[in-house]
Design a protein around this ligand. Sequence first.
Ligand SMILES: Cc1cc2nc3c(=O)[nH]c(=O)nc-3n(C[C@H](O)[C@H](O)[C@H](O)COP(=O)(O)OP(=O)(O)OC[C@H]3O[C@@H](n4cnc5c(N)ncnc54)[C@H](O)[C@@H]3O)c2cc1C
Length: 399
Amino acid sequence: MTTKVATLDDLIDDFVESYPPSSTDPVVFLGEQFDRGLAWVHFPVGNGGLGLSPADQVHALSRLATLHAPTAVMRNVIGYGMVAPTLVTHGTEEQKARFLRPLFTGEEIWCQLFSEPGSGSDVASLSTRAERDGDEWLLNGQKVWTTLAHIAAFGLIIARSNPDVPKHKGITAFLVDMHAPGVEVLPLYQVTGEAEFNECFFTDVRVPDSRRLGDVGEGWGVSITTLMNERVSIGGTVPPRSSGLIGEALKIWQQRWASRTDAHAIAVRSELMAAWVRNEVGRLTNWRASDLRRAGTPGPEGSVAKLAFAEENQRTSELCVNLLGSEGMLYGSTYPQIRPSESAMTGGDMRKAFLRMRANSIEGGTSEVMRNILGERVLGLAGEPRNDKDVAWKDVPRS
Ligand SMILES: Cc1cc2nc3c(=O)[nH]c(=O)nc-3n(C[C@H](O)[C@H](O)[C@H](O)COP(=O)(O)OP(=O)(O)OC[C@H]3O[C@@H](n4cnc5c(N)ncnc54)[C@H](O)[C@@H]3O)c2cc1C
């Protein structure tokens, strides 16, 4: 007698047959997807996964996308792309059991509290303090540019637990309740007119030791997992061919330019085709990288993809606005509509996308920093001088 082994496709078929994506409540659908191990198939069994490869995850995502299945990534972009892999890598069994499922269903939104007014690219120099007080920790300090903190239930925060050792060694990570006493969240408005991000103030915020993520003083390793996943999450996805911004550019060209045969239109078509080829090369490169990637912390290829994505997004959104002609300038009603945003993803109006994409070369690490990583880790070039590497954090001069 032979036993039939269910393939990933069989499992997806069975799932969508029992829970039709178009008629099932999104939270029920996503909860069931998690329980069947189809949330992140490359995560371990019991954590929303099946212990398969990152390439299988790309396959599962694209199959569900073609069925227009509900997804929490749009609303819980930080939780889904960054916090979840960090929890799986560094979390205790209790933490994984408590947090992963409601994160995936979008019932609990997450934010990432790394950047500070004086510590962005050099985030390891951060000043927010974490002091032990019995079974708890007291957090004091300020974070900034915190995406979706205004709707977040929890945040992944890194703080300085030991100022007497060099900067990378005295950091500890925590899972902080964003509604705890002492947490204050204030919106920061962007050029789009929306506030996706915030400044966050922490005044004597108590965090139980059971919400510490990783060992005391090991927060830098935790944050590397988050940052490398952030870069893959921003730049390393494999969307369907001709979708996203380049799909929008094609649509605008079809509507406004395709019937024209004058020299200007032909030149515009060449520009569009060059952009299509660049987007397709990026997509196929990410596909190949996802095939080679092993489960765990992604390598520097995520930084390369993030750099390429940022530059291409800015060029393609600029092309969209140019294709719109004078209408491209009419994103004018922004400031009267100024409001906190419910998501950190841009869709729809290409004039808004053009403005939003300016941030792509800053968020998740700037393009200059990505080039440093590419130079040092991929090309093996000499590293930057790092004078504070072996000096206790408290002895490093700062303003
Ligand atoms: C839309 C958006 C969303 C964000 N969301 C979050 C979030 O949710 N959580 C969070 O923690 N942070 C978030 N950030 C913050 C982001 O990570 C930082 O802005 C980024 O790391 C840069 O830090 P900075 O702004 O302090 O700039 P700085 O580090 O002060 O850099 C200023 C300039 O100097 C350059 N520079 C700095 N160091 C070097 C170097 N070594 N070599 C060459 N050039 C260098 C930079 O490239 C940049 O041009 C977000 C930012 C944006 C724009």
